[in-house]
Structures are given as C-alpha cells and as structure tokens.
Design a protein around this ligand. Structure first.
Ligand SMILES: *Cc1c(COP(=O)(O)O)cnc(C)c1O
Length: 360
C-alpha cells in the first residue's frame, strides 16, 4: 500500500566513498560537505552515518548547521559562506560552528563581537573564481586583523575554491594554486583547496583540509573517465514502477501536447514518477530508464506525477515492474547529460515527496 516512487540511499556506498576520499587526502582532515540536505540525500541521516568518521562537516549556512545540532549531531560544522548577519558569530561559538571568513564585513562582525571564547575561523582567498573571498590586495590585511583579534582561535585555515578542477586539462587550476601559494607563503597555518574534483583530479590540491561533497554521493565530477572517480559507488537510486500499460496504433500521440507519436504499433508503459518527484521535465524523448533492468526510452512530455516509456522492444514488462530512473545501473550523469543539467542539480532538487529509504 504505497506509491512505488522512492530514493534508495545506500549507506554502504556512502561509507565507501568517504573512505576513498580519506585515502586520497590527509585522513584526519577530510571534512564532509552535507549542505543542501546532503545534496538531496537527507543531511541528518548522512551526518549520523558519517559522524564517527569525520573530523567536521561543511554546510552553507547557520540554519543548516542548527538543524543538525537539533538532531544531535555534535561534530564541528564549518559554515562555508560564513555569517550572513553579525549575531551569528556568538551562536557559532556556542554551537561549535566554524566560520569561513570571506569579506571585510564578516571580519568586522568577528572582531566586534563579545564572545565567551574565540571562534574558529577559516579565511578564504579569491584566487580567480571571482565569487567569494579576499582578493590578492586585501588578503594579507584581513588575515592580520583576524590573527590579532582575541576573538579568533590561534590557528586560521587558509582556503580557496577551485573554479575549473572538474576539467582535468584546464591549466587554470594550476594557476589558482600558484596564486594561492603566492598569497600564503610564510604563513604557518593549515590550508584547504580541494572540493571533490580537486581532491580526485589534482594531486597538488590534496594538502591540508579537503572538502569533498559531490563525490561522497558516488558520482564523478568529470566528463571523462578517471581512475579514482571510477571507483565511486552511487549512493542514490531513484526508483519507481510501471502502473499502467497500453498498446497504441501507429500515429497515436502520447502525453500532454501530443509531442510524441508512434511510428509503429507500440506498447507504452506509464511510470509513477514525474517532475513533482524531481525527475526533470525537460528530459527529452529517448532519455533512458531501466525497466526490469532493460533500457527503454521515455516518450512524450514528463508529467508532474507520471512519465511514459516506449516498451515495444522489451519483454516481460507488466504492471508493477520496477523502474530505475538513475542509480548504480544507470548513471545519473547520463540522465543529466540528456537533460542538459548536472547531477548536482538533479540530486539537490529532489523534493521531500520522494521518501528516502536508507539501506546498509
Ligand atoms: C560546496 C562546496 C564544496 C564541495 O564541493 P563538491 O564539488 O560538491 O565537492 C567545497 N567547498 C566549498 C567552499 C563549497 O561551497
């Protein structure tokens, strides 16, 4: 008695991927990024599963961090964008949240705060992504201001973010690392450069703290094969089932707008999943799904709750046949490519209507 649509979350695969991240980077400094509800996987469950192994978590904002504390997660949590308002500094100290510091307003909020004990600060240098962080001309004075403030713990992690690390042939990653070295030489502090692509693809980015997110969920950030990324195991399997089957004559159209017409007598299966479940509405005809483990193309427009599939060439499909939309047998990257989006987006926007079922 329930709709067959669910996201199976394989915790054994999650542990495997985290262990791989630890093998590539410095073991005791592999922070797990679980922002945006752990990229759609359920931040509380993912945090509980990893908590014993990780030194710290990373999230985007204090609201995400507080929700983890309320769920009983105790490890330090780095706020990757730092504070949005000055009152967050004192809360960070109380809650053992670490603050990324990326602009002068955040420095001022820390320096001006009245705190019971100092806050752990990470300072971010903008080495060419031009999104967050101190530019070369401001970095040194911001660092000195933090260093001299009694409100800041002694050790300050020096960090930056790589813009193009997922492109293994793009020399800009080396350029960013050179700029980072130039800014930070002589400072006796830990460093942090690598997200998933940096950690997997760039030996030189593996120093200090590493900050993998995406790879923990078992998906390669690269468009080409890469030995370490190929060992990742997908954590999410998006599943549903066939709920109706019909045979249609050649020339009959399927779905809203009649955007696909049969060129031969066809068998059409309706699957209980749609864009209201995070399956992309822009998925074009021919985006593959697996029914009973066999590939078949979607046809017509994806509806809110349902999607139709041409099963004319398949055998043994009946109402109730299981459907995999993505997972270990159908890479989410392949679905993302068909739909001109990224696996990051597909995972992250998975709505709460889809129950997450935790296994392993
Ligand atoms: C999101 C984020 C990460 C993780 O990036 P992935 O590509 O998911 O590994 C690391 N560092 C910062 C600052 C981030 O915002």
């Amino acid at each position: 008695m329930s709709r067959p649509t669910k996201a199976l979350i394989d915790l054994t695969a999650l542990r495997h991927n985290y262990a791989l991240a630890c093998r590539l980077g410095p073991q005791d400094k592999t922070l797990a990024v679980i922002k945006a509800n752990a990229y759609g996987h359920g931040a509380i469950h993912i945090a509980r599963e990893l908590e014993a192994a990780v030194p710290a978590f990373g999230v985007a904002c204090i609201e995400e961090a507080l929700a983890l504390r309320q769920a009983g997660v105790n490890k330090p949590i780095l706020l990757l964008e730092g504070t949005f308002t000055a009152d967050e500094v004192a809360i960070a100290v109380e809650q053992n949240f670490w603050l990324m510091v990326e602009n002068k307003h955040q420095v001022q909020a820390i320096v001006d705060a009245s705190l019971l004990s100092p806050v752990t600060a990470w300072i971010k240098a903008d080495t060419g992504m031009n999104r967050l962080g101190f530019q070369a001309s401001e970095f040194s004075s911001a660092y000195q201001q933090l260093k001299q403030s009694p409100n800041v713990c002694d050790e300050i992690v020096l960090s930056t973010h790589l813009a193009c690390a997922d492109d293994l042939s793009n020399p800009f990653t080396l350029e960013q690392m050179a700029r980072f070295s130039a800014l930070t030489t002589g400072l006796n502090e830990p460093v942090s450069l690598a997200n998933s692509a940096g950690l997997l693809g760039w030996q030189q980015a593996r120093a200090g703290w590493v900050r993998p997110g995406f790879m923990l969920y078992g998906v390669s950030p690269f468009t080409v094969r890469q030995a370490d990324a190929d060992q990742l195991k997908p954590v999410m399997q998006l599943q549903s089932a066939v709920i109706s089957i019909r045979n249609i004559a050649s020339g009959e159209a399927v779905g809203y707008g009649g955007t696909w017409s049969a060129r031969r007598p066809s068998a059409i299966a309706t699957v209980a999943i749609g864009y209201g479940d995070g399956y992309p509405q822009q998925a074009p005809q021919n985006t593959p799904v697996l029914i009973n483990g066999q590939r078949a193309p979607i046809v017509g427009r994806v509806s809110m709750d349902m999607t139709m599939v041409d099963i004319t060439d398949l055998s043994g499909v009946s109402v109730g046949s299981p459907v995999e939309l993505w997972g270990s047998n159908l890479p989410i990257n392949e679905v993302a490519r068909h739909t001109a989006t990224s696996a990051y987006e597909l995972m992250t926007r998975m709505p709460s209507r889809v129950p997450r079922i935790y296994l392993g």
